[in-house]
Structures are given as C-alpha cells and as structure tokens.
Design a protein around this ligand. Structure first.
Ligand SMILES: [Ca+2]
Ligand SMILES: [Ca+2]
Length: 220
C-alpha cells in the first residue's frame, strides 16, 4: 500500500510539470451515409498527393497482400476510392490472416510532422488497428524487416504510436482518418517507418482494413 501511494505521488508530480512533448493520435470518422470520395474530416486533414510518402517506397515485410485488392502503391498514389467498397483502390492483407507489417522507406531521414492514415469500408474492414514504429536505421543490430515474433523495439525501432479506431459499440463501417502528431513539435526524424497492422475482428475472415492512403507530412 505504501508503495502504491508513493507511485501515485510521483505520477501527480510528473503531470504537474508536464511541458513534455507527447504523441497525439487524432481519430476522425464519417458514417457510410455521410462519406464521400474527398475524405474530408473535421479534425484530420484530407489526404495529400504531394506528401513525403509519395516519393517513398512501400514494401510488405510480413503477411500476404489480398489479391482482391490493389498493391502497396495504392497507399501513396494520392488517389482515393470513389465508393465505400472498392477493393482495387485499397491495399489490405489477405482474408483469414492476422494482418501484417509494412515498411515505408525514404531516401534519407526526414523530420516528420504528421503521419496520416485513411481507410474506407462499409463494415468491419473500416476501422484501423496498428502500431507504427520509426527508425533511422543506424542502431547496431538494426533489423530492417522484423518478422512477427520479433519485437521491433528490440532491433532498432522506436514505437511512435498505437492506433485503434474501433468504436466501443454500434456500427463500425465508414470512413476513418487518423493523424499522428506531437504536442510540441515534430513526431521525430526517421528514415524508415514500420506499420504493424492487425485485423479488426476474428468473427469471420474479413477483418483486414481497407487502407486507401498513408500520408507522411514532412516538417519543412
Ligand atoms: Ca499521399
Ligand atoms: Ca491511394
């Protein structure tokens, strides 16, 4: 009990003096009835065409692409699906699989201001569940392609954010926009990003999210 009280005291002190930078995950959602191909949200910027991700290369590090969907270039082509169920305009991991890992590589380390991810589907493939890591690739023992079972944080990657946009109840379809920022400046300076994506449910085979675009906005 004594320990517990001490811990609480320390936590309050930390909060009291918090001018510390903090990663912020902003989630926005539009119901199917309200969503349009422009992906306009109240609190998350609309997808961009000329962001830093447009010139980056996207590769699947682990998992299988669903052949019914588009390939990874759908994530940075600046194009968006025009309707709620348009597999060819989205990238998603294969039906019946747990998800997978995607790497985004830039030519050199860039200062990242925002990481924004967008998805659209009428039901359980709408919400986004992922962790995103960053790396400059310089750490000793850096693993550029960590497979499942390998914790990226143990091989040169830093956890940037955990994202889970699944609603607590009710309908989970629609359009989702996520924006990862920092309360006090850039998100970080990274050459590589790693997305560890999970399916949203296991009730059926169709829980892997329809990702329409991933934007990385550089701090100029
Ligand atoms: Ca883009
Ligand atoms: Ca796209």
């Amino acid at each position: 009990m004594k320990n517990h009280i001490l811990t609480m005291g320390a936590a309050i002190l930390l909060l009291g003096g918090s001018a510390r930078a903090e990663i912020k995950v902003t989630v926005d959602h539009r119901e199917n009835s309200d969503a349009t191909s422009s992906f306009k949200f109240k609190n998350v910027p609309a997808p961009a065409k000329d962001d830093a991700a447009a010139k980056a290369s996207f590769t699947v590090v682990d998992g299988e692409q669903d052949p019914a969907g588009g390939d990874v270039t759908k994530l940075n082509d600046g194009k968006l699906p025009s309707e709620e169920d348009e597999p060819a305009e989205n990238f998603f991991f294969n039906a019946g699989t747990e998800g997978g890992r995607l790497k985004v590589s830039f030519d050199e380390a860039i200062t990242i201001k925002q990481i924004n991810t967008y998805s659209w589907h009428p039901s359980t493939r709408g919400p986004q569940v992922y962790k995103v890591y960053g790396s400059d690739g310089a750490a000793e023992g850096f693993n550029a392609k960590p497979k499942p079972g390998t914790d990226p944080e143990k091989c040169g990657w830093k956890l940037i954010a955990k994202v889970d946009t699944r609603p607590k109840g009710g309908e989970n379809g629609g359009q989702y926009g996520v924006s990862i920022t920092d309360s006090d400046g850039p998100v970080g300076k990274y050459r590589y990003l790693l997305f560890d994506m999970s399916r949203t449910e296991t009730d059926d085979d169709f829980g892997n999210t329809f990702y329409s675009e991933i934007d990385v906005i550089e701090q100029k």
